[in-house]
Design a protein around this ligand. Sequence first.
Ligand SMILES: *[C@@H]1O[C@H](CO)[C@@H](O)[C@H](O)[C@H]1NC(C)=O
Ligand SMILES: *[C@@H]1O[C@H](CO)[C@@H](O)[C@H](O)[C@H]1NC(C)=O
Ligand SMILES: *[C@@H]1O[C@H](CO)[C@@H](O)[C@H](O)[C@H]1NC(C)=O
Ligand SMILES: *[C@@H]1O[C@H](CO)[C@@H](O)[C@H](O)[C@H]1NC(C)=O
Ligand SMILES: *[C@@H]1O[C@H](CO)[C@@H](O)[C@H](O)[C@H]1NC(C)=O
Length: 651
Amino acid sequence: MAMTRQALPIVCLFCQLSACLGAVVPDVVSTVTISSRQSLNAALEAGPNRRMGFLSEANFLSMHTVLSKKVEPVYFTDKEELYKAVTSENVLAALISGVPNKTMFSAFSSDLVSPRAFQMMPGSASDDLMHAVDAAVVRTHNGGDLVRVAEANHPFEVTEVHTCRSLEPAKVPFPDASTATGLLKDILDKKRLRVLAYGTPANKPDWKQDGNYEVDPPVGFWPEYMVAFMAEFRAAYGNDIQLERVWMTAGGTDMVLNGSIHMTEPYYIYESLHDGSLKKWSHKFSCIVMGYEQQFFSKRHAKVITDAVTSDAQCAAALKTCEDKRLMSRITSREELNSKIESGGNVKMGFLSQANFLSVQSMLSTKVEPVIFLSTGQLYEAVVNGSVRAALISGVPDRTNFTVFSTDVISPRAFQTMPGDRSVDLLRALDAVIVRTHNAGELLAAATANPPFQAVEVHTCRADNPSAVPFPAASTATGLLKDILDNKKLRVLASGTPGNYPNWAQDGNYQATPMTGFWPDYMGFFMARFRAEYGSDIVLERVWQTGTAGTEMVLNGTVHMTEPYYIYESLYKDQPKKWSHEFSCVVMGYQQNFFALKPAMDFTAAGPTCDYQLAACQGNTAQISAACSHQATFLLAGAVGLLLAMEGLLH
Ligand SMILES: *[C@@H]1O[C@H](CO)[C@@H](O)[C@H](O)[C@H]1NC(C)=O
Ligand SMILES: *[C@@H]1O[C@H](CO)[C@@H](O)[C@H](O)[C@H]1NC(C)=O
Ligand SMILES: *[C@@H]1O[C@H](CO)[C@@H](O)[C@H](O)[C@H]1NC(C)=O
Ligand SMILES: *[C@@H]1O[C@H](CO)[C@@H](O)[C@H](O)[C@H]1NC(C)=O
Ligand SMILES: *[C@@H]1O[C@H](CO)[C@@H](O)[C@H](O)[C@H]1NC(C)=O
């Protein structure tokens, strides 16, 4: 509906402009605002300015894998200096923790997510508690608690990372209280759940919107999430169960690892090291609760209005007002979409299936009314004609005519293996390769080589120095890894049949020789590192299967592992895969995008004077005629002029 009003005048404008546009080129210097990591990397590649600002080398090291190798980091000791350097364009872009001021800066995703989960001791004593916590996490996700709590704590921003997901929570049941064992039994017997909290009793943290524990009750995202979590836990096990925070800044992890504290708060970092090696190898993790997605920011270029003929201040002001109004109607984030839908007007959104809608429903306003379309073409059309406010597609819609913004829902992908002792060495070898491919920027290389593919880097493992994640020695390898090294063959489950390989375009075309696309390229990087460690004679053998037999072969070890693209969050035999499979470090995440109509913002091509530009902005054809009449010099028509006008209107 928003568009019906705009589209008609714009169409008419073309007829007018074709009669009005002249050969005079508007005197406008346009400097483009960097508004995505892709355009940042393109600018870094192109130079000459390749500087980016960071507050520490550690910050840079945590992000370098998603940036062009040509980046030149510059370190600042203070945030104000960093802001100044961005404003003066001494640096192209910068990173701070948290959310930069979006009025002053263009903020955009780094496509790098740091996931957070509850952490527990390894071993069977935590099995029942883990299932109970997973059950509660799935229910808080399904109930929309993440978005509700994030929105109540502005400017907190949440990304939902799905390692577990079920639309039917009954498939992720709480263990029975009567047969509970280990840590869960201890909690139910003593009616208290002890969680490790970061701080000291005398000095509790105040992380602002993330969590302020100095007040009683504590406020902010994490404490309020814990209220939602405890509501689910108590609904299953009794209203008399207390949450007891054990405040420690040192030594707490050891108490979690020996079970004297049941688990950590959900905000503890997943990807970090413990005692010099990956936490993934010493801890157990619940379903991921959420992820922090860092943002880069760059200078927001004000539009330069240059009136070559008249210098009508009144017109310039009116043009600015008109452009601001259009800017206001633009939807560029999920938060904006939700707030526009909450405040009325069109509440319809377009999807290609009900399943697509359900996969992001928890991140959307409850007022959204889904409309299912049969084709991508219709979906685009419905956004253009305004019958839906925004839409979702897999992949990357055309950014020329649409604003494209994240759903903030990430589907992570990892290699999957059988559980138990036999997969231990293989998983360590996989993790060693993954940390190295991440560190060397090979994920970025594989994505960049396959546009429009986009990968989000989800860090469940990270080491600035990969030697902290060593390969198991070949000579002492056991289980599946030994089998691979003995037979010189790594058998990988691939989705397809021998006569019918899949063609997923830029994601992976297995019909081509050699295979092309992101996943085959990633496996190329993967095998190069695996062979460098264990022998150049090791062959990758894809075992093509489409039914459940393939999964059974992975779970009994006759196939060593899956390709890395298999979905993490899904169910197997009506239970979360997390409970039946083992997973390598997350390789990457798919983030789906919403898109909405992009209002025209630059009217310089409508004509060299403010009159023309204002008329184009307002879609006011009468005014154009008036402008034409007093600017007779522009009465030069032609297809070139029309194209120019369209360009100006649509970009
Ligand atoms: C962001 O910057 C604008 C302009 O300087 C200022 O008015 C606004 O208060 C700032 N917002 C925040 C949240 O700091
Ligand atoms: C657990 O570890 C802590 C810290 O190292 C120690 O003080 C405590 O005695 C240990 N408890 C058990 C049950 O092993
Ligand atoms: C807009 O386009 C969609 C998809 O083709 C179509 O179903 C719908 O009827 C159109 N609505 C209007 C108002 O033109
Ligand atoms: C954008 O929309 C215009 C007008 O509808 C169309 O001609 C053009 O092909 C679209 N651009 C792309 C890249 O699809
Ligand atoms: C593993 O599972 C497959 C598929 O179900 C089956 O054909 C095979 O016999 C099993 N192998 C072993 C060793 O259990």
